[in-house]
Design a protein around this ligand. Structure first.
Ligand code: NAD
Length: 239
């Protein structure tokens, strides 16, 4: 039975990933800011729920009281704002959660990760292309992919892999925030805002959490043992 850690496990993609591992019989620890959300993810009662702030070195350390075979650094946050108006604290917060959070999580994981271990970062298509009003998020997610590509070269000799999953718009609370933001900014209704949000996806729909879970499951599988430093894009052809 593998030991799995998923950060940001209280909602959206992290919740779906954690539930998938647990359903397959792995021992799953989920970590996030809100215990209530984590407990909702853990409806079956088999997961270990720990509160964490992934931007805080000491807090991240408390998650690593055991070696994990698979660590999914999924916690993230996104704000949309033209760069010219972006306050410094929004910039710092976005980099801190999305990029420094992955650094702290993977660094702590490496202390005890066994051979065959898997480091998986929830990156984004924003790791691979720019987006108007998304400079901080895009900079952070580009940074995540840089971290993954470099770390992959460091861990390879220990038979550990480090990869990124890069989804387009996925139907989660984070994407809901983006839809509401577009509604407000452009003063349009929900239907129109949703259309604009998925306009870049040739399939013209939001990606489901299950479609992202499939990518994580593959990278964590035995079959993916030679895939290292890769960005697995789940975007319906947007990239
Ligand atoms: P979400 O908001 O449902 O999940 C993000 C989770 O991260 C939440 O549970 C939140 O509490 C947690 N989190 C935020 N800051 C934290 C902190 N400081 N410490 C600990 N936990 C923290 O959104 P989601 O869409 O499921 O996002 C999951 C990941 O997928 C993120 O990294 C996001 O950037 C990435 N992603 C999302 C989309 C999308 O369209 N939804 C697309 C590409 C990538």
């Amino acid at each position: 039975m593998r030991q799995i850690l998923v950060t940001g496990g209280g909602s959206g993609i992290g919740r779906a990933v954690a539930q998938d591992f647990a359903a397959k019989g792995d021992t799953v620890t989920i970590a996030g800011r809100r215990m209530q959300a984590l407990e909702e993810t853990n409806a079956g009662g088999k997961m270990r729920c720990l509160t964490v702030d992934v931007t805080d070195e000491g807090s991240v350390k408390t998650l690593f009281d055991r070696p994990y075979d698979v660590v999914v650094a999924n916690a993230g946050t996104g704000h949309a704002m033209p760069l010219a108006q972006m306050p410094l604290d929004m910039w710092n917060d976005t980099l801190s959660v999305n990029l420094t959070g992955v650094f702290l999580t993977f660094r702590a994981a490496l202390a005890e990760m066994p051979a065959g271990g898997r480091l998986i970062a929830m990156a984004s298509i924003a790791s691979l292309k720019g987006g108007a009003n998304l400079a901080a998020y895009t900079a952070a997610k580009h940074g995540v992919l840089g971290l993954v590509r470099s770390l992959a070269l460091e861990v390879a000799k220990s038979s550990i892999t480090c990869n990124a999953v890069c989804p387009g718009f996925v139907d989660t609370p984070l994407a809901e925030g983006a839809v509401r933001n577009v509604m407000k900014r452009l003063e349009i209704d929900r239907e129109e805002a949703e259309k604009r949000v998925v306009a870049g996806n040739p399939m013209r729909r939001m990606i489901t959490c299950d479609e992202v879970v499939a990518a994580v499951r593959f990278l964590a599988s035995k079959e993916a043992s030679m895939i290292n430093g890769h960005d697995l894009v789940v975007s319906g052809g947007e990239i």
